[in-house]
Design a binder for this molecule. Sequence first.
Ligand code: ATP
Ligand code: MG
Length: 293
Amino acid sequence: MVIRLMATVITVMNMKGGVGKTTVAMHLGGILSRYELRGKRRRALLIDYDPQFNLSQAFLPAKKYFELESSRKTTIAILQDEETNLDPFQLQVPGNMEPPKIGDLAYSLFSPQTGSGLDLIPSTLDLMYIALGQSDKRTEPIEERFHKFISACRDEYDVIIIDCHPAGSIFTKTSLRNSDHVIIPVAPERYAVRGIGLMMQFIKAKQLGTSGPEAHILFNSVPRKGTAREEILIRANSRFKDNCMTNTLKWYKAFSDPMEGKGFVWMSRKPYSTLAFINLMAVVRELIDRTNL
Ligand SMILES: Nc1ncnc2c1ncn2[C@@H]1O[C@H](COP(=O)(O)OP(=O)(O)OP(=O)(O)O)[C@@H](O)[C@H]1O
Ligand SMILES: [Mg+2]
Protein backbone atom coordinates (compact mmCIF):
# COMPACT_ATOMS: atom_id res chain seq x y z
CA MET A 1 0.00 0.00 0.00
CA VAL A 2 1.33 3.45 -0.88
CA ILE A 3 0.93 5.92 1.93
CA ARG A 4 0.48 9.44 0.58
CA LEU A 5 1.63 12.37 2.62
CA MET A 6 -0.19 15.66 2.69
CA ALA A 7 2.24 18.30 3.78
CA THR A 8 1.48 21.22 6.01
CA VAL A 9 2.83 24.40 4.44
CA ILE A 10 4.27 27.00 6.80
CA THR A 11 5.55 30.41 5.74
CA VAL A 12 7.89 32.31 8.04
CA MET A 13 7.16 35.95 7.40
CA ASN A 14 7.38 39.46 8.76
CA MET A 15 7.73 42.53 6.56
CA LYS A 16 10.06 43.87 9.21
CA GLY A 17 13.61 42.76 8.51
CA GLY A 18 16.14 41.10 10.78
CA VAL A 19 13.59 39.64 13.21
CA GLY A 20 14.68 35.99 12.88
CA LYS A 21 12.72 34.59 9.94
CA THR A 22 15.67 32.71 8.48
CA THR A 23 16.83 31.57 11.92
CA VAL A 24 13.39 30.15 12.74
CA ALA A 25 13.03 28.47 9.34
CA MET A 26 16.41 26.68 9.48
CA HIS A 27 16.04 25.44 13.04
CA LEU A 28 12.44 24.36 12.64
CA GLY A 29 13.32 22.33 9.54
CA GLY A 30 16.30 20.78 11.29
CA ILE A 31 14.44 19.67 14.40
CA LEU A 32 11.37 18.37 12.59
CA SER A 33 13.38 16.21 10.23
CA ARG A 34 15.95 14.98 12.69
CA TYR A 35 14.07 14.17 15.88
CA GLU A 36 11.16 11.94 16.62
CA LEU A 37 8.53 14.24 18.08
CA ARG A 38 4.96 13.32 18.95
CA GLY A 39 5.69 9.88 17.58
CA LYS A 40 7.31 10.64 14.24
CA ARG A 41 10.18 12.11 12.31
CA ARG A 42 9.18 14.24 9.37
CA ARG A 43 10.21 14.70 5.80
CA ALA A 44 10.78 18.43 5.48
CA LEU A 45 11.40 20.79 2.57
CA LEU A 46 12.88 24.23 3.10
CA ILE A 47 12.23 26.78 0.36
CA ASP A 48 14.44 29.86 0.34
CA TYR A 49 12.12 32.55 -1.04
CA ASP A 50 14.37 35.52 -0.37
CA PRO A 51 16.82 36.89 -2.96
CA GLN A 52 19.30 37.52 -0.11
CA PHE A 53 19.66 33.68 0.05
CA ASN A 54 20.70 33.66 3.74
CA LEU A 55 18.96 30.34 4.38
CA SER A 56 20.92 28.77 1.52
CA GLN A 57 24.19 30.13 2.91
CA ALA A 58 23.44 28.64 6.33
CA PHE A 59 23.24 25.15 4.84
CA LEU A 60 25.47 25.07 1.76
CA PRO A 61 29.22 25.41 1.37
CA ALA A 62 29.93 28.19 -1.18
CA LYS A 63 31.18 25.73 -3.82
CA LYS A 64 28.01 23.66 -3.62
CA TYR A 65 25.84 26.77 -3.66
CA PHE A 66 27.42 28.10 -6.86
CA GLU A 67 27.15 24.69 -8.45
CA LEU A 68 23.42 24.55 -7.73
CA GLU A 69 22.87 28.17 -8.73
CA SER A 70 24.65 27.83 -12.05
CA SER A 71 22.64 24.70 -12.88
CA ARG A 72 19.46 26.66 -12.03
CA LYS A 73 18.47 24.42 -9.17
CA THR A 74 17.03 27.39 -7.29
CA THR A 75 13.67 28.96 -6.46
CA ILE A 76 13.71 31.05 -9.64
CA ALA A 77 13.22 27.91 -11.72
CA ILE A 78 9.83 27.41 -10.04
CA LEU A 79 8.68 30.79 -11.32
CA GLN A 80 10.47 31.40 -14.62
CA ASP A 81 11.63 29.55 -17.71
CA GLU A 82 15.32 29.23 -18.35
CA GLU A 83 15.38 31.20 -21.59
CA THR A 84 13.61 34.18 -20.01
CA ASN A 85 15.22 37.52 -20.59
CA LEU A 86 15.66 38.93 -17.08
CA ASP A 87 14.94 42.65 -17.11
CA PRO A 88 14.50 44.57 -13.83
CA PHE A 89 12.12 47.07 -15.41
CA GLN A 90 9.92 44.83 -17.42
CA LEU A 91 8.94 41.49 -16.04
CA GLN A 92 8.68 38.80 -18.63
CA VAL A 93 5.93 36.36 -17.89
CA PRO A 94 6.79 32.68 -18.45
CA GLY A 95 5.20 31.10 -21.48
CA ASN A 96 5.22 27.74 -19.83
CA MET A 97 2.76 27.19 -16.98
CA GLU A 98 4.44 23.96 -15.83
CA PRO A 99 6.97 24.31 -13.00
CA PRO A 100 9.92 21.89 -12.86
CA LYS A 101 9.68 18.57 -11.05
CA ILE A 102 10.52 18.63 -7.33
CA GLY A 103 13.26 16.07 -7.80
CA ASP A 104 15.00 18.40 -10.27
CA LEU A 105 15.26 21.21 -7.73
CA ALA A 106 15.30 19.86 -4.18
CA TYR A 107 18.77 19.29 -2.77
CA SER A 108 19.00 16.66 -0.04
CA LEU A 109 20.81 18.02 3.03
CA PHE A 110 20.43 14.80 4.93
CA SER A 111 18.13 11.82 5.24
CA PRO A 112 18.76 9.99 8.51
CA GLN A 113 16.23 7.26 7.78
CA THR A 114 13.53 6.37 5.29
CA GLY A 115 10.55 8.66 5.54
CA SER A 116 12.44 11.51 7.13
CA GLY A 117 15.02 14.00 5.99
CA LEU A 118 15.65 17.58 5.04
CA ASP A 119 15.67 18.99 1.51
CA LEU A 120 16.41 22.54 0.44
CA ILE A 121 15.57 24.61 -2.60
CA PRO A 122 18.13 27.40 -2.49
CA SER A 123 17.49 30.94 -3.60
CA THR A 124 19.39 33.26 -5.90
CA LEU A 125 19.96 37.01 -6.11
CA ASP A 126 18.38 36.77 -9.56
CA LEU A 127 15.00 36.59 -7.80
CA MET A 128 15.43 40.37 -7.55
CA TYR A 129 14.50 40.59 -11.21
CA ILE A 130 11.11 39.17 -10.37
CA ALA A 131 10.72 41.19 -7.16
CA LEU A 132 11.48 44.44 -8.99
CA GLY A 133 10.00 43.66 -12.36
CA GLN A 134 7.06 45.84 -13.23
CA SER A 135 4.73 43.67 -15.15
CA ASP A 136 2.74 45.18 -17.92
CA LYS A 137 1.21 41.80 -18.47
CA ARG A 138 -0.44 39.83 -15.73
CA THR A 139 1.67 37.84 -13.33
CA GLU A 140 -0.77 34.95 -13.15
CA PRO A 141 1.49 32.43 -14.91
CA ILE A 142 4.16 32.99 -12.23
CA GLU A 143 1.58 32.58 -9.46
CA GLU A 144 0.14 29.51 -11.13
CA ARG A 145 3.56 27.86 -11.38
CA PHE A 146 4.26 28.45 -7.71
CA HIS A 147 0.86 27.06 -6.76
CA LYS A 148 1.32 23.94 -8.90
CA PHE A 149 4.78 23.38 -7.50
CA ILE A 150 3.67 23.61 -3.87
CA SER A 151 0.68 21.36 -4.58
CA ALA A 152 3.02 18.72 -5.98
CA CYS A 153 5.32 19.09 -2.95
CA ARG A 154 2.41 18.44 -0.62
CA ASP A 155 2.38 14.83 -1.84
CA GLU A 156 6.07 14.28 -1.09
CA TYR A 157 6.71 15.89 2.28
CA ASP A 158 5.19 16.16 5.75
CA VAL A 159 6.10 19.80 6.09
CA ILE A 160 7.17 22.58 3.74
CA ILE A 161 8.74 25.66 5.30
CA ILE A 162 9.07 28.84 3.24
CA ASP A 163 11.51 31.54 4.33
CA CYS A 164 9.90 34.60 2.76
CA HIS A 165 11.69 37.89 2.10
CA PRO A 166 10.77 40.97 4.15
CA ALA A 167 8.71 43.04 1.72
CA GLY A 168 5.37 43.05 0.01
CA SER A 169 5.74 41.42 -3.39
CA ILE A 170 4.67 38.57 -5.59
CA PHE A 171 6.67 36.33 -3.21
CA THR A 172 4.66 37.45 -0.18
CA LYS A 173 1.42 36.99 -2.05
CA THR A 174 2.19 33.57 -3.48
CA SER A 175 3.57 32.19 -0.26
CA LEU A 176 0.58 33.37 1.81
CA ARG A 177 -1.81 32.00 -0.80
CA ASN A 178 -0.26 28.56 -0.62
CA SER A 179 0.30 28.29 3.13
CA ASP A 180 -1.73 26.76 5.92
CA HIS A 181 0.18 28.57 8.66
CA VAL A 182 2.32 31.67 9.01
CA ILE A 183 4.91 32.00 11.73
CA ILE A 184 5.60 35.66 12.47
CA PRO A 185 8.88 36.00 14.37
CA VAL A 186 8.85 39.17 16.40
CA ALA A 187 11.82 40.75 18.11
CA PRO A 188 10.39 42.59 21.10
CA GLU A 189 11.47 46.13 20.31
CA ARG A 190 9.79 49.49 20.03
CA TYR A 191 8.40 49.23 16.49
CA ALA A 192 7.59 45.52 16.54
CA VAL A 193 3.90 46.19 16.84
CA ARG A 194 3.85 47.89 13.42
CA GLY A 195 5.27 44.81 11.72
CA ILE A 196 2.71 42.53 13.37
CA GLY A 197 -0.20 44.83 12.55
CA LEU A 198 0.77 44.85 8.87
CA MET A 199 1.23 41.08 8.78
CA MET A 200 -2.13 40.41 10.41
CA GLN A 201 -3.82 42.68 7.88
CA PHE A 202 -2.20 40.86 4.97
CA ILE A 203 -3.28 37.53 6.39
CA LYS A 204 -6.83 38.72 7.09
CA ALA A 205 -7.16 40.04 3.54
CA LYS A 206 -6.29 36.57 2.34
CA GLN A 207 -8.72 34.91 4.74
CA LEU A 208 -11.73 36.68 3.27
CA GLY A 209 -13.68 34.22 1.22
CA THR A 210 -11.27 31.32 1.30
CA SER A 211 -9.65 29.69 4.27
CA GLY A 212 -6.41 31.60 4.66
CA PRO A 213 -3.38 30.72 6.74
CA GLU A 214 -3.41 30.80 10.52
CA ALA A 215 -0.96 33.19 12.20
CA HIS A 216 1.40 32.29 15.04
CA ILE A 217 3.40 35.09 16.61
CA LEU A 218 6.74 33.85 17.93
CA PHE A 219 8.73 36.24 20.09
CA ASN A 220 12.38 35.83 19.17
CA SER A 221 15.75 36.92 20.55
CA VAL A 222 14.07 37.61 23.86
CA PRO A 223 16.13 38.01 27.05
CA ARG A 224 16.68 34.77 28.97
CA LYS A 225 15.41 36.35 32.14
CA GLY A 226 12.39 38.59 32.50
CA THR A 227 10.03 39.76 29.77
CA ALA A 228 10.47 42.81 27.55
CA ARG A 229 7.83 45.54 27.92
CA GLU A 230 7.00 45.30 24.21
CA GLU A 231 6.23 41.60 24.53
CA ILE A 232 3.88 42.25 27.46
CA LEU A 233 2.06 44.97 25.49
CA ILE A 234 1.66 42.83 22.36
CA ARG A 235 0.36 39.88 24.40
CA ALA A 236 -2.18 42.17 26.05
CA ASN A 237 -3.39 43.58 22.71
CA SER A 238 -6.77 42.03 21.87
CA ARG A 239 -5.92 42.02 18.13
CA PHE A 240 -2.90 39.76 18.65
CA LYS A 241 -3.20 37.87 21.90
CA ASP A 242 -4.82 34.70 20.54
CA ASN A 243 -2.07 34.42 17.95
CA CYS A 244 0.84 34.67 20.40
CA MET A 245 2.75 31.48 21.09
CA THR A 246 3.31 30.70 24.76
CA ASN A 247 6.95 29.69 24.27
CA THR A 248 9.51 32.20 23.08
CA LEU A 249 12.85 31.75 21.35
CA LYS A 250 15.50 33.27 23.55
CA TRP A 251 18.70 34.96 22.55
CA TYR A 252 21.48 32.39 22.33
CA LYS A 253 24.59 33.01 20.30
CA ALA A 254 24.38 29.38 19.18
CA PHE A 255 21.26 30.19 17.14
CA SER A 256 23.26 32.55 14.97
CA ASP A 257 26.24 30.25 14.41
CA PRO A 258 25.10 28.15 11.40
CA MET A 259 27.20 28.70 8.29
CA GLU A 260 27.80 26.49 5.27
CA GLY A 261 26.12 23.49 6.90
CA LYS A 262 27.86 23.67 10.27
CA GLY A 263 27.01 25.01 13.72
CA PHE A 264 23.41 23.85 14.14
CA VAL A 265 22.36 23.15 17.73
CA TRP A 266 20.42 20.10 16.54
CA MET A 267 23.13 18.56 14.41
CA SER A 268 25.90 17.16 16.56
CA ARG A 269 25.59 14.29 19.01
CA LYS A 270 27.47 16.09 21.74
CA PRO A 271 25.57 19.10 23.06
CA TYR A 272 26.47 22.09 20.96
CA SER A 273 24.51 24.37 23.21
CA THR A 274 22.26 22.43 25.52
CA LEU A 275 20.20 25.36 26.76
CA ALA A 276 19.55 26.67 23.25
CA PHE A 277 18.57 23.16 22.14
CA ILE A 278 16.09 22.72 25.02
CA ASN A 279 14.59 26.13 24.29
CA LEU A 280 14.20 25.30 20.59
CA MET A 281 12.59 21.93 21.34
CA ALA A 282 9.93 23.59 23.50
CA VAL A 283 9.09 26.03 20.71
CA VAL A 284 8.92 23.27 18.09
CA ARG A 285 6.69 21.08 20.29
CA GLU A 286 4.24 23.94 20.73
CA LEU A 287 4.28 24.55 16.97
CA ILE A 288 3.55 20.90 16.27
CA ASP A 289 0.49 21.12 18.51
CA ARG A 290 -0.69 24.45 17.11
CA THR A 291 -0.33 23.35 13.49
CA ASN A 292 -1.39 19.75 13.95
CA LEU A 293 1.81 18.62 12.30
N1 ATP B 1 17.24 33.77 18.98
C1 ATP B 1 18.34 34.30 18.48
N2 ATP B 1 19.48 34.32 19.23
C2 ATP B 1 20.63 34.87 18.74
N3 ATP B 1 20.73 35.43 17.52
C3 ATP B 1 19.63 35.44 16.72
C4 ATP B 1 18.39 34.87 17.16
N4 ATP B 1 17.47 35.04 16.16
C5 ATP B 1 18.13 35.67 15.16
N5 ATP B 1 19.42 35.92 15.48
C6 ATP B 1 20.42 36.61 14.65
O1 ATP B 1 19.87 37.88 14.28
C7 ATP B 1 20.18 38.21 12.93
C8 ATP B 1 18.88 38.35 12.13
O2 ATP B 1 18.22 37.09 12.07
P1 ATP B 1 17.65 36.50 10.71
O3 ATP B 1 18.64 36.62 9.62
O4 ATP B 1 17.12 35.15 11.02
O5 ATP B 1 16.46 37.52 10.48
P2 ATP B 1 15.53 37.67 9.18
O6 ATP B 1 14.21 38.12 9.69
O7 ATP B 1 15.57 36.45 8.36
O8 ATP B 1 16.26 38.86 8.41
P3 ATP B 1 15.92 39.39 6.94
O9 ATP B 1 14.73 40.29 7.11
O10 ATP B 1 17.17 40.15 6.55
O11 ATP B 1 15.64 38.20 6.08
C9 ATP B 1 21.06 37.08 12.42
O12 ATP B 1 22.39 37.43 12.59
C10 ATP B 1 20.70 35.90 13.33
O13 ATP B 1 21.76 34.99 13.44
MG1 MG C 1 16.08 36.22 6.34
